[in-house]
Design a protein around this ligand. Sequence first.
Ligand code: HXC
Length: 514
Amino acid sequence: MSLRSKTLELIRRRQQYLQGGGEKAIEKQISMGKLTARERIKAILDKDSFQEYDLFVEHEARDFDMGSKVLYGDGVITGTGTIFGSPVCIFAQDFTVAGGSLGLMHARKIAKIMDHALKLRIPLIGINDSGGARIQEGVNSLAGYGEIFFRNTLASGVIPQISVILGPCAGGAVYSPALTDFVFVVDNISKLFITGPEVIKAVIGEEISMEDLGGARVHAEITGNAHFYASSEQECFEQVKKLITFIPWNNSRRALPFKPKEPLKDFNIEKIVPEDPTLPYDVRDVIKAVVDDSDFFEVQELWARNIVIGFARINGESVGIVANQPMYLAGVLDVDSSDKAARFIRFCDAFNIPIITFVDIPGYLPGVDQEHAGVIRHGAKLLYAYSEATVPKITIILRKAYGGGYIAMGSRHLRADFVFAWPTAEIAVMGPEGAANIIFRKEIAESPDPEKTRQQKIKEYKEKFANPYVAAAKGYIDAVIEPKETRKMLVHCIEISKEKVNTNPPKKHGIPPF
Ligand code: HXC
């Protein structure tokens, strides 16, 4: 065969394989409001940067008539490319080919690109759209999943791993995304569940739609499995690209710095926190008042809203932000908010992203529900995460810092590098009302006007303890600063902490309260 005819054969074959499941299946995919796997990769990566590998991989299954079936690319597309010039490994399951189901060769393609990502020390992005284990391939499919989960675990904390759910992700398949750092979902398109509606109906007789069982909103609002929620695939891809700008390629690098930008003038930091300590406010306004360009990229925005986490930049450097949110449940800590913040802190610590904490917390949420849901175990995760983190840690106490909440929210005692308090800060074992009721109970009860005495005792307690100066006198906080000095202080601390060295005792690994 001449070189020309060999080239023509290559072009013909490539065309055939690039078609995936063929016109009819692609039409069905589009009719479901979904892009094809190839379009998705193109939409995420820089123009013309995608290099595909293993296009011609074929399955070797022979049972159930599989020998006669050609599954182009075996239902998954893998390769490398760039996002804003930064390299990534990527795979996208192709639902048009046997429902994107995972057979042995499909799994091997994914495992191979994961190995590349880990060796090359660059982020991995996985686009999931699959009917799960390829039923005809039996235990080989299960083996394939196992290989993927194992690699997810080894890569954890070494390279960032991102999962984008753009179709069904059912059965054990959900555990690969769950092992990755960030999960993206899209309204009406993403479906994640262990057992589907049919199984639930057969086993326990309950009827539920796929959307209500494991749709995008369910995971963004209720389970906390999703970190980013979008209303369209395009919006989702913009979110993925934005995330990439805030994180480094791997755990031995820092995120690439940006050109510093001042916050917008729309956020007046002097006026955000109300004078009355019982009134709520949106802590995101405080964050936007101090970060570059007022650009706060919130993570898990719709779940456990009593704590706010996300990425921003200070003087061009990427930082992770953790903040109590007085707008929801008065900003208390509970089971979910502890989990949310703890995991984010561990991500930031693993990837050299300094942590800034804004504190306004009345304490832990009291109640039987919380106690029985394991608030002790979950709350301990937050203590663990802050304590073990060796990245620069800066804490600003805005208002209340009561009890265990004071300690848990990045206190000096958990090795914060810098702790500042606004003059409005109240640092105490508990709120003045509760404290006065307990320590002056007898005096209040025996006084001729108990209510007047109670108010007087609350005032006395407030004057003595509900301020930042007792903690400042003991060196637990480094400075009492005016709100308008906050950004300047943060810029300074981030600048001087760039060479920070801090290590933990050598160990195989700790045993956090998972
Ligand atoms: C083989 C599959 C498949 C699978 C879908 N297909 N899932 N083939 N194995 N798991 C094929 C279909 O036969 C069909 O092929 C094509 O993909 C498109 O599927 P449809 O059913 O027509 O699509 P749709 O109506 O959109 O429904 C999508 C679906 C449904 C909801 C995902 O296909 C479904 O319920 N699939 C089975 C899901 C499942 O139970 N998976 C196993 C989970 S257990 P043709 O040739 O007709 O086009 C599991 C264990 C993993 O994953 C454990 C790991 C630890």
